[in-house]
Ligand binder design. Structure first.
Ligand SMILES: [Mg+2]
Length: 224
């Protein structure tokens, strides 16, 4: 993690990049679902504890939970089950008010690489928690999109994601004109490669405030 000053600088760069294009169109914003818009992992962990008796208390909020004895197979079984139940037990990571503002001020989509077969649960989750049928772009997860490339290819001006792998790919040619707000949810130190178009924010609400600030700056008449 950078210093407070460094992260402030990165945030200001992202805001000014987003504010630059005053061509009258709305900012095209994509928000990752798992652990960005929705607290998926926490819900999955709590049901894994209940169902299989694993104890996640020793790993806190770290990505690596292999010491609990739980495997990816356990995780995916519960993950799929929760979404098949329309994600009712999965808490949203930001408020309805914030969502309403983002949806109104930007060209907003949720984006997920979970595959079409799970998209119905995703649509219902959005409408249960936010009361609208929001746009959701489901990119093809096959081959497994570990590095978020397909999300970056979807052409957003700005992507909000919690995956440090996406941050690594911000240097790629396809990501050149895009910005990323990396939601810093997990305590584990994962290598983060900052680029001028990447900033780390504390949580999803913080990301939303940055986007709304960029929107405000775009709307300002130029002082000449
Ligand atoms: Mg995610």
């Amino acid at each position: 993690m950078g210093t407070g000053e460094e992260s402030k600088h990165a945030l200001n760069l992202v805001i000014s990049q987003l504010a630059k294009a005053k061509d009258g169109r709305k900012l095209k914003v994509g928000m990752d679902i798992d652990d960005t818009a929705a607290s998926t992992s926490l819900s999955v962990r709590s049901l894994m504890e209940e169902r299989f008796g694993f104890d996640f208390s020793s790993v806190g909020r770290k990505y690596d939970w292999s010491s609990t004895g739980a495997t990816d197979r356990h995780f995916m079984e519960i993950y799929n089950e929760l979404w098949q139940r329309d994600g009712r037990e999965i808490a949203p990571a930001f408020s309805k008010e914030t969502f309403t503002l983002l949806n109104e001020k930007t060209d907003f989509s949720f984006v997920s690489a979970r595959g079409e077969e799970s998209s119905e649960g995703l649509y219902r989750w959005v409408s249960n928690h936010y009361g609208v049928k929001a746009r959701a772009i489901v990119v093809d997860p096959r081959p497994y999109d570990m590095h978020g490339i397909r999300k970056l290819e979807a052409g957003f001006d700005l992507l909000i994601d919690d995956s440090p792998h996406v941050a690594v790919n911000m240097k790629a040619e396809i990501a050149k004109d895009r910005a990323l707000l990396l939601v810093d949810k997990w305590e584990e130190a994962v290598e983060r490669r900052h680029t001028t178009n990447t900033a780390v924010v504390d949580n999803t609400e913080h990301a939303a405030r940055v986007i709304l600030e960029a929107h405000r700056v775009r709307e300002q008449p130029a002082h000449e």
